[in-house]
Design a binder for this molecule. Structure first.
Ligand SMILES: [Zn+2]
Ligand SMILES: [Zn+2]
Length: 216
């Protein structure tokens, strides 16, 4: 079954919130609802979808601002990697730092771990890619990958925020190139879609790491 993906750009950080569903079926996942829950709900309604879960790549404030609103509206569970807990706990403090009015800090219903995660009809391969944040996770569904702020078109995530680590991110990028099919479509947390194949050829942060990738 083919996966349909719709991107909704939300909030002051222009974060990509995603809705993903199997073509022809009503259930959808919401990935990284960063802000503007009303806007996300409009797109859900416009596609006649029924959300079953929120799954996040990480817990930065620009990726979680819509979670509590969606949980409240639909009564759905929120999935996050446990190593993101310190980031989640710092949500209000981080909002104050950026001068942003915080929403309600969402409660986590299920903690993610590496490997397969089944949410109803969706099979999600969770690839732990820490470095931008301690529990950053790439979510692979069919031939689509939600990379959060680990890989962008032409760039990679910053590592100068609390919990970030450049060497750890480099290890994660190598791991991603070894474990994720290169023709997958990447849906980053900011900016346009890309593919791993394209990034391996063009991304100046990935090219120097190719010598470390086993399949090369
Ligand atoms: Zn981030
Ligand atoms: Zn972000």
């Amino acid at each position: 079954m083919s996966l349909k993906v719709e991107r909704i750009v939300t909030g002051p950080f222009q974060e990509n919130s995603y809705i993903a569903w199997q073509d022809g079926l009503p259930s959808c996942l919401v990935i990284d609802p960063g802000d503007d829950p009303g806007l996300i709900i409009e797109v859900i309604l416009g596609n006649d979808l029924s959300p079953i879960a929120v799954v996040n790549t990480h817990a930065h404030l620009d990726h979680i601002g819509g979670v509590s609103g969606l949980k409240e509206k639909y009564g759905i569970p929120f999935y996050l990697h446990p190593n993101e807990k310190p980031i989640l706990d710092g949500y209000e403090r981080d909002c104050a730092f950026f001068g942003i009015t915080p929403k309600i800090t969402p409660t986590v219903d299920h903690w993610l771990s590496a490997g397969e995660l089944k949410v109803s009809d969706f099979l999600i391969q969770c690839v732990e890619t820490p470095g931008h944040t301690p529990g950053g996770t790439c979510l692979v569904i069919n031939e689509h990958v939600f990379t959060g702020d680990t890989i962008f078109a032409g760039s990679v995530g910053r590592t100068d925020l609390p919990g970030g680590n450049w060497d750890t991110l480099c290890d994660s990028l190598v791991k991603a190139m070894e474990n994720i099919s290169h023709d997958c479509i990447l849906h980053p947390g900011h900016g346009p879609d890309t593919t791993l194949e394209k990034e391996i050829k063009q991304n100046p942060f990935l090219i120097p790491l190719l010598k470390r990738v086993n399949s090369f």
